[in-house]
Design a binder for this molecule. Structure first.
Ligand code: NAD
Length: 472
């Protein structure tokens, strides 16, 4: 096994791209251009501690592809952040955006710190200084490079970033669009918090709607009664499980870092979440069996396994023992490349991360559009639509003599809110991308969705370059 210094996420991503390209007719020079990172910015800055000592902090921002601008990708605060990881994650963003047809190039940023070791004041100073380093080199801006939250950062850090950017750029009217994932009060968007989980739900719903594919797995069509195990009941895991349960699936197992819970009859997601928050884990929850070794839950029989916690969870060590028929990669990189091969040989369907967790960047895109137009979605047309539909219902009632119930009227007449429009755009994006990717898989007679996803992405990026006349 490679140690941390030898392992390069960027090399891993490049290998998957090469494999996808082997199914395509793509100019080798163009492929090289697509694979490389266009700009890599590594910098250091000092942090003064309360006792007068100093610490030098290392930061990165990588812009993988300028084929579309601005570039987009999160900022990660973690002690494991290194150049190869940031480059790999930036590249993944390029392919993810291309696959779901969101007009951005990929980017990623990182600061090599363990955020749990710093107080709020230090984190604010680190975030603001990191932002000013990006401003100095023009590595941030609504038309240039638009960060978002990632591991170890959230809406609080995004609020500090936008505030710093505005302080340095008072004349930029679209300054709020320099970062997404902001709090609502800072011009964030309704629905961003649950967006990734909602996207995971839609992606899995689409996968299990295809009869031919379900027949091959020996599963019934649809979510009703599907037995699901989720790893990680954080933001993505919780919302994925909640929406899947509401659609009729049964959550039979949930794994957390400090123990799992199992109940073949189903676990109520909101109920267990309340218990988790109140008790810092699942211990003592009466409506299921507590599983001390939560990693073992990944190997229990189920229809769908959803790793929604961390990378590197299904590896050479445990892949052969996985009993799920479908793996939905809600987390980034939960299945290693070696494990991927074993799972495919076992006939397991893997819905790849580059597609399945794209709901977050999709709704970030809507937030950026809202910031550029400086108006909430639905604000202009809502009342107009309501009056129009009111009139329409009245005319139908008059013409037919029938009457609509108050509930029916409410559903039909209610104008779309920002959340309605965000969810509609998210659904359209996820549904279209799934069937495109799965169509390419079948057309090219490829076994796995991941390779098909990379082919779709590479085709779109290649066309951007070719239309500029740079490559034949
Ligand atoms: P989160 O911190 O809200 O949740 C992660 C959960 O996993 C936590 O509850 C944590 O306790 C649990 N966990 C940690 N280690 C575990 C272990 N060993 N076993 C079981 N559970 C463990 O993070 P999140 O935002 O939900 O992100 C989860 C994954 O989804 C990450 O890979 C992230 O990169 C990816 N992702 C997130 C978003 C987003 O919008 N939040 C978007 C795209 C991808």
């Amino acid at each position: 096994m490679k140690n941390l210094e030898e392992y390069s996420l960027f090399d891993d991503v490049s290998k998957v791209v090469d494999h996808a390209a082997s199914h395509m007719d793509i100019h080798p020079g163009l492929l090289d251009q697509i694979k490389q990172c266009n700009s890599v910015y590594k910098f250091n800055f000092p942090l003064r501690n309360g006792d007068g000592t100093y610490q030098v902090i290392e930061g990165f921002r990588v812009q993988h592809s300028h084929h579309k601008l601005p570039v987009k990708g999160g900022i990660r605060f973690s002690s494991f952040v290194n150049e190869e990881e940031v480059k790999g994650l930036a590249a993944l963003m390029t392919y993810k955006c291309a696959l779901v047809n969101i007009p951005y190039g990929g980017a990623k940023g990182g600061v090599t710190i363990d955020p749990t070791k710093y107080n709020t004041d230090q984190l604010e100073r680190i975030t603001r200084r990191y932002t000013s380093e990006l401003i100095k080199k023009k590595f941030i801006g609504p038309a240039i490079d638009v960060p978002a939250p990632d591991y170890g950062t959230g809406s609080r850090e995004m609020a500090w970033i936008v505030d710093t950017f505005e302080a340095f750029n008072p004349e930029v009217i679209n300054a709020k669009g320099c970062v997404t994932g902001k709090p609502l009060s800072q011009h964030g968007i309704e629905g961003r918090t649950e967006a990734t989980g909602m996207g995971v739900f839609i992606g899995i719903r689409e996968a299990v709607s295809v009869k031919e594919d379900m027949d091959a797995l020996g599963l019934n069509v649809g979510l009703a009664g599907k037995k699901i195990i989720v790893q990680g009941l954080g933001n993505v895991g919780y919302y994925s499980a909640k929406f899947l349960q509401e659609a009729g699936a049964k959550i039979i197992g949930i794994a957390e870092y400090n123990g799992g819970i199992w109940n073949e009859d189903g676990i109520d997601v909101d109920d267990i979440k309340r218990h988790q928050v109140a008790n810092k884990g699942f211990k003592g929850y009466g409506k299921g069996t507590f599983i001390e070794d939560s990693m073992s839950l990944l190997l229990y029989p189920c229809d769908i396994l959803i790793p929604a916690a961390l990378e590197n969870q299904i590896t050479l060590k445990n892949a052969a023992k996985v009993q799920a028929k479908i793996i939905g990669e809600a987390a980034n990189g939960p299945v290693t490349q070696d494990a991927d091969k074993i799972l495919l040989e076992k006939g397991i369907m893997i819905i790849p991360d580059m597609y399945l967790n794209a709901g977050g960047v999709t709704v970030s895109y809507f937030e950026w559009l809202k910031n550029l137009s400086r108006v909430s979605f639905g604000k202009l047309e809502k009342r107009y639509d309501m009056k129009k539909y009111d009139l329409l219902l009245e005319s139908i009632e008059k013409a037919t003599g029938d009457t609509f119930s108050e509930e029916q009227k409410d559903i039909i007449v209610r104008g779309a809110s920002e959340r309605d429009l965000v969810n509609s755009g998210l659904e359209e994006t996820m549904v279209t991308a799934y069937h495109h990717m799965n169509g390419v898989r079948k057309e090219k007679n490829i076994k796995d969705l991941r390779t098909a996803g990379f082919i779709v992405a590479l085709e779109r990026i290649a066309i951007s370059y070719m239309d500029l006349g740079i490559f034949p």
